[in-house]
Design a protein around this ligand. Structure first.
Ligand code: SF4
Length: 80
């Protein structure tokens, strides 16, 4: 698995900083710096993420319903 992956939702400004628009922090990150989240960083005017395709939460939820065998669990994963 790749350690970092180019991020989505950013623009590069003429001074080399990147402006990330993924969340309301709207970080303006200088070359070599990281955003407030600590997982997105600027490398030579490109924004990379350290958590691409990583599972951030895993739970087992009980599903009940007439068409579904009562009490059967499903695994729900959230990918960051
Ligand atoms: S906190 Fe992270 S995701 Fe949010 S704007 Fe800053 S760099 Fe982007």
């Amino acid at each position: 698995m790749e350690i970092s992956h180019e991020a989505a939702f950013y623009e590069t400004s003429p001074d080399g900083r990147v402006v990330c628009s993924l969340c309301p922090h709207d970080c303006r990150i200088s070359d070599g710096g990281r955003g407030a989240c600590g997982v997105r960083y600027n490398c030579a005017g490109k924004l990379y993420t350290l958590v691409y395709d990583s599972v951030v939460a895993r739970t087992v939820e009980v599903v009940s319903g007439s068409w579904w065998k009562k009490g059967k669990g499903v695994i729900i994963e959230r990918v960051g």
